[in-house]
Each structure stands twice: as C-alpha cells, then as structure tokens.
Design a protein around this ligand. Structure first.
Ligand code: GDP
Ligand code: MG
Length: 323
C-alpha cells in the first residue's frame, strides 16, 4: 500500500537539535576557520537532506490512484498536505542556498569573523525551521493517519458488499473467503473494514465489507464517511446489495429497498453493476432479487459468487502471442 512505508517526519526542534549537536561535534574536531566551515557544512547538510527526504518519501499525488486519493482526502486534506510538503521542499532549498552564501563568506577571513558569520547562519537556519514547524507537524500527522488505510489493491477486481447491518454481509465474506480474510483498521469508523480474497481461474478477487459506509442512508453519514463512501466508486467493479426480506435484521424491507435504490443510483453513473442479493432465504424470499441464498443453510452461495464474478467481467491483460 502506498502510504504504508512512509517514515515518521521529524519535528522542527528535533531536527535542529540533531543538526546543531552534530555540527558542534564536527567543530570540536577541528580548529580556527576550518572548525567554523565544517560546522556550517554539517548543519546545512543535515537539515536540508532530512527535509528533502521527508518530501521524497511521499508519492506524487498527481499519480495516486483515485481511490486512494479520495480516501486520503477524506482523512486529511490532500491540498493542505501538498501545500505543507511544498513548504518543506522550499525550506530545504532555502537552507542549501544559505549554506552556499555563508560558505563563501567563510572562505578568506579570520576565525573570529567566521565564527560571527557561522552563528548568524545558524540563527537563520533556526528561523527557517521555525517557519515550517506547523508544516512538518502536519506532514507527520498525515503520515500517522494514512498509514492505517487498509491494504486494498486498486488494480485487483473488487466486489463491494453493501446493505443494512445484520443482513449477513460479514457472514458472506467469512464464508466465501474463509482463512484468507483480514480485518483492516479503518480510519473513519470504529468498526474494521473486512477484506477477503478469493481466487477463480487464477484471478484474485477482493471482497470488501465496509461497515459504516454503505449500510445506511446517505444523510446519516458524516462528511468523512460520505467521502470515504465516494472513494468506493473508484474501487468497486461490482456491488452486491444484500437484503433480508424477513426483516429479522431489524430493518423493514421497504427501508432496505430505499437504501438499495440509492446505492444503485450512486454506482449507475459509473456503470458499476449493483446486484440485489436476497440473503436468509431460509426465512423469506419475498423480494425481487438477482439471486437468493442462505448462508446458514449453505444454499445458493456459489451461484451468488458466480454471478458476481460474471458481473465483474474481468479480462486480465494477457501477453498476445502474435504481437
Ligand atoms: N437465518 C439466517 N441467518 C443468517 C443468514 N446469514 C447470516 N445470518 C445471521 O444474521 C446475523 C447477522 O449477520 P452478519 O454477517 O453479522 O451481518 P452484517 O451486519 O451484515 O455483517 C448473524 O446472526 C448471522 O448468523 C442466513 O442465511 N440465514
Ligand atoms: Mg458485519
């Protein structure tokens, strides 16, 4: 996952402490003019290199998959984050520039004047670091939050499961993916997103159950949930909308069908098929649906999977023989 291996961003004070204490050590090893020169070099290099590394660790948001972009944007404001990253880049260049300026001042001079210049350079580095204090903190916080985004692969076909609570979504993902599923931490809700994998004809499919997102009316979602649900439009190849016609789940059928219509609407814009699956067929089948199944009775499950895989219609790009 693209945000998984981002290193922690240092705090301004922390980086400055490190740079100045290394510089002091470098200075102690030498004397006179040379001491001042190497102090400056060390302080400049440590600050500017570390700042540059903070930025280069991040992917270029112009090329980030729209699913991850939307998801990231639901958690942190991506435009603000990009702004902070460019401030950090600015600071890194500014310090390099300052290093060149002061090195030339330290070239032909006595050690007392050199010491004065070097101190002045350090004060200016400290000012620059102070100026980007909030940006470094913002980048560090964003990293901590984005690290927890679940490992969903935008390039693998994805079947998203929707429907009211207690209609059997988790039971389904557990049943068809068995050992190969994981509960990923989800930054938006206290509940975990459940991702299962299954393989058919050498193609890996992701089954994604998203508690808190597609399990209740849009107007009951907060902004973050709404945007996170929006991200799913970039990801889903097919949506299975589960209904429980018996109403045992605690939501009357007509309420479930209202949500179903909203979900169909949402994905229609992108031509993503939404299949209505009547689960708990052992209790009731009194609803129009694309398929009927009972997970507890183990009936109709394979048919639902076949239908979903067919709806995905994934054609892997195979190397052509006669190319
Ligand atoms: N009778 C019956 N109960 C089911 C069926 N599938 C799931 N359940 C039960 O419905 C309840 C809610 O299931 P769960 O998978 O947690 O629903 P979710 O909230 O949509 O993820 C659990 O007690 C399941 O055992 C089914 O086909 N028939
Ligand atoms: Mg569940």
């Amino acid at each position: 996952m693209i945000f998984e291996n981002l290193p922690t961003a240092p705090r301004s004070e922390e980086l400055l402490d490190k740079a100045f204490s290394r510089a002091a050590r470098a200075g102690n090893a030498k004397g006179g003019l040379e001491a001042q020169q190497s102090m400056l070099t060390v302080a400049v290099n440590i600050t500017s290199d570390n700042l540059e590394n903070v930025v280069t660790a991040w992917p270029d948001f112009d090329y980030v998959d729209p699913f991850y972009y939307e998801l990231a944007d639901a958690i942190v404001d991506v435009n603000e984050l990009r702004q902070s990253l460019s401030e950090v880049t600015w600071a890194s260049r500014q310090i390099e520039e300052l290093g060149r300026e002061y090195q030339s001042k330290l070239r032909k001079t006595d050690s007392d004047t050199a010491r004065k210049h070097r101190k002045q350079a350090f004060a200016r580095i400290a000012d620059i670091m102070d100026e980007i204090k909030a940006d470094l903190r913002a980048v560090g916080d964003a990293r901590d939050q984005l690290k927890t985004i679940p490992d969903i692969r935008p390039d693998e076909p994805a079947i998203v499961i929707a429907g009211y609570p207690n209609v059997g979504k988790s039971s389904f993902v557990n049943h068809v993916t068995r050992a190969s599923n994981e509960i990923a931490e989800y930054p938006f809700t206290t509940r975990g997103v459940q991702i299962g994998h299954l393989e058919r004809d050498h193609i890996r499919y992701q089954l994604i159950d998203t508690p808190g997102l597609l399990d209740r009316p849009e107007d009951e979602r907060n902004d973050i949930e709404r945007q996170a649900a929006g991200a799913l439009e970039h990801l889903a190849d097919t949506v299975l909308f589960f209904v429980d016609a018996s109403g045992d789940c605690g939501y009357p059928l007509d309420v479930q069908l209202e949500l179903q219509a909203a979900v169909v609407d949402r994905f229609a814009d992108r031509d993503i098929p939404v299949l209505t699956i009547c689960n708990k067929s052992d209790r009731s089948t009194d609803v129009e649906a694309d398929a009927y199944m009972s997970i507890t009775e183990e009936e109709g499950i394979d048919e639902v999977l076949a239908l979903a895989i067919d709806a995905v219609g994934y054609e892997p790009e195979l190397p052509s023989r006669d190319a």
